[in-house]
Design a protein around this ligand. Structure first.
Ligand SMILES: [Fe+2]
Ligand SMILES: [Fe+2]
Length: 250
């Protein structure tokens, strides 16, 4: 079972590049299923229904989000009936805490957790949340997207979930890390990176971010233009292998 998991897709141009190149990437790596983090598709924040439908039609079978899950308010209208998992430790928010999909005779479950370090949100404990979920989920493979800022929190969750899930994949920082490995039999990487503007500060135009850092004045930023980087990982869940995907288009 081979899964391509794409990092946070930032903006609609990146979504177009993902969709236009998905079939060739799938062929190149013998991919069975495609999952993606889509929290930044709508101008960097959130996901619209139309964008969700485009992703579904392109063959992205399961979608995780993150701290921007509810940034576009229309998501409240379709998240419950979608193939999107909400951050499971936002227990009071609408959406599914996990999503199980079938491929041939196997089931694969996707869970998303938000970290609590440096994220100013009201969140349940990710450790206790996953303990509760794992008691009720029966699935051949379980993939956990840990959407968090701190590498320590991601690694701690990975060791906590060692041999209890198939993979723990970090998202949110938009920068791919080079530490893909196994922890016991659990595949792990601190961050799978992003699909978004390559010449940017985590997707945004560098000048506007520099200005914000220099002056301390909050100014709205815009997404950067130019080439698109496609980051993600390929998971072979039977061979227990993980490879990084890193391609630049345009
Ligand atoms: Fe993101
Ligand atoms: Fe995020």
């Amino acid at each position: 079972m081979r899964i391509l998991y794409l990092g946070d897709i930032v903006g609609t141009k990146a979504l177009d590049v993902v969709i236009n190149n998905l079939n060739s990437i799938k062929k190149e790596y013998n991919i069975n299923l495609v999952f993606a983090n889509a929290e930044n598709v709508a101008d960097g924040k959130g996901l619209t229904r139309q964008q969700y439908v485009i992703m579904q039609r392109a063959g992205i079978q399961a979608i995780s989000m993150g701290n921007h899950t509810y940034s576009k308010k229309t998501i409240f209208e379709f998240i419950n009936e979608s193939n999107i998992v909400k951050p499971a430790n936002m227990s009071e928010a609408p959406g599914k805490s996990y999503l199980t999909i079938r491929y041939n005779d196997k089931t694969i479950t996707l869970i998303s957790l938000l970290g609590r370090v440096f994220l100013n949100m009201s969140l349940d404990c990710p450790f206790k949340t996953i303990d509760k979920l794992l008691k009720e989920i029966k699935s051949d493979y379980i993939i956990v997207d840990v959407h968090a800022e701190a590498t320590s929190e991601k690694l701690a969750l990975a060791y906590y979930l060692e041999n209890r899930v198939s993979a723990v994949l970090g998202t949110h920082t938009h920068i791919q890390t080079a530490d893909e490995r196994k922890i016991g039999n659990t595949l792990y990487i601190t961050d799978i990176g992003m699909c978004g503007p390559y010449n940017s500060v985590i997707g945004d135009d560098a000048l506007s971010i520099i200005n914000r850092f220099k002056t301390g004045i909050y100014t709205p930023t815009k997404l950067a233009e130019g080439p698109i980087i496609i980051n993600g990982v390929i998971l072979d869940l039977d061979m227990k292998k993980i490879w990084r995907l890193n391609k630049i288009y345009g």
